[in-house]
Design a protein around this ligand. Structure first.
Ligand code: NAP
Length: 295
C-alpha cells in the first residue's frame, strides 16, 4: 500500500489559521501588533525568494513586516549597526538575517549580535543552549516544523529509532537534539549520519523514522529504508528544468522509489518547506507576546 502523504501544506495551513486568529486577538485585547524584520544582504535569487515568501506570509497573517535590502558590499560594521537599531526598536519583535551572507561578513558575529529575545530563527547561542537543556526558547524553524508535522500526524516518537542524515547547525544537529529530549515529541533513540559515517545504509535501514537533510537529490532509495518507515525529507534540490522553464524541485529521498515501502512520507515540494516559514511566524508571535509579558 502506498505511504500516507504527510502534507506540510495542510498542516501549515492549520497552524497559520491559529496564528492569524491569535494575532487578531492580540491586537484587539492588548493593542499589540507583532513585528518582523527581514534583512537581506546581496542579490542571491534563492535568498530573495525566501525573504519575499516570509514577508508575504507575515502580511497574510496580519503580522507587521519590514524588509531591509542591502547591497552586497555592505560592511559587517554597517550590518551590525542595523541589527543593533532593530534590537532596540519596540515595534519589531523578530529579527531575521537571511543566510548566507556575503563572504566578507562573519555570519556568527551577526547572528550573535541579535537580541536572543528577538532571535526568531533560533540560531543565537543562548537559544541553542536552552534548546540543548530542554528549556523554553525559540526553536530553529525547520526542526520545529518537523516536530509539528510528526506530532500532528500522530506519529509516535517515544522509543523510536530515529536516524538523521546530515549534521548541519540549522537542521541535522537541532532535530537530532529535539528528538532526544525527554518530553512528548522526543524520547527517541537517535543516530546522526554524515559524510564520515562508515555505512550510512546500515543506519538508514534500521530507522523507524528517517530524517534526511543532506542536500543530495534522491540519495535515499527503497533498498535503504525499512518496510513501514516514516520518511521526513528535508532536502530541496533544483534539478533541471520543467517545460515551463522553472527548475524542478527534488528532495533528498527518491519519492517514487520509496513511496510503496514507507508507511508515511513528506513530499517535496509541499512537505517540510511550508512548515519552516510557518514556524518563523509562530516564533514572531511568541516573541511579541514575551516582549509584552503576555502568556
Ligand atoms: P548542509 O549544511 O549542506 O549539510 C548537509 C549535511 O549532510 C552535512 O552534515 C553533510 O555531512 C551531510 N551529507 C551530505 N551528503 C551526505 C551523504 N552522501 N551521506 C551522508 N551525509 C551527507 O545542508 P542543510 O542546510 O542542513 O540542508 C540540507 C538540505 O535541506 C538542503 O537540500 C537544503 O536546501 C534543505 N533545507 C530545506 C529546508 C526547508 O525548509 N525545507 C530548510 C533548510 C534546509 P558533513 O557534515 O560530513 O559534510
Amino acid at each position: 500500500m502506498p505511504a500516507k502523504i504527510i502534507s506540510g501544506i495542510e498542516t501549515a495551513k492549520a497552524i497559520r489559521e491559529e496564528i492569524a486568529a491569535e494575532v487578531v486577538s492580540l491586537k484587539q485585547l492588548h493593542g499589540l501588533n507583532p513585528g518582523l524584520v527581514t534583512i537581506l544582504v546581496g542579490q542571491d535569487p534563492a535568498s530573495e525568494s525566501y525573504v519575499a515568501a516570509k514577508n508575504k506570509t507575515a502580511h497574510a497573517l496580519g503580522i507587521h513586516s519590514e524588509q531591509v535590502t542591502l547591497p552586497s558590499e555592505t560592511s559587517e560594521a554597517e550590518l551590525l549597526q542595523i541589527v543593533s537599531e532593530y534590537n532596540s526598536n519596540p515595534a519589531i519583535h523578530g529579527i531575521l538575517v537571511q543566510l548566507p551572507l556575503p563572504r566578507h561578513i562573519n555570519e556568527a558575529n551577526v547572528l550573535f549580535a541579535i537580541d536572543p529575545a528577538k532571535d526568531v530563527d533560533g540560531f543565537h547561542p543562548v537559544n541553542v543552549g536552552k534548546m540543548m537543556l530542554g528549556e523554553q526558547c525559540f526553536l530553529p524553524c525547520t526542526p520545529n516544523g518537523i516536530l509539528e508535522l510528526l506530532q500532528r500526524s500522530g506519529i509516535e516518537t517515544a522509543g523510536a529509532e530515529v536516524v538523521v542524515v546530515g549534521r548541519s547547525n540549522i537542521v541535522g544537529k537541532p532535530i537530532a537534539n529535539l528528538m532526544l529530549q525527554k518530553r512528548p515529541g522526543g524520547n527517541a533513540t537517535v543516530t546522526v549520519c554524515h559524510t564520515r559515517t562508515k555505512d550510512v545504509d546500515y543506519h538508514t535501514r534500521r530507522a523507524d523514522i528517517l530524517i534526511v537533510a543532506a542536500g543530495v537529490a534522491k540519495m535515499i532509495k527503497a533498498d535503504q529504508i525499512k518496510e513501514g518507515a516514516v520518511i521526513i525529507d528535508v532536502g530541496v534540490n533544483r534539478i533541471g528544468q520543467a517545460a515551463s522553464g522553472k527548475a524542478i524541485l527534488a528532495g533528498d529521498v527518491d519519492f517514487a522509489d520509496v513511496v510503496t515501502k514507507a508507511s508515511a512520507i513528506t513530499p517535496v515540494p509541499g512537505g517540510v518547506g511550508p512548515m519552516t516559514i510557518t514556524m518563523l511566524m509562530k516564533n514572531t508571535l511568541q516573541a511579541a507576546k514575551q516582549a509584552a509579558g503576555i502568556g
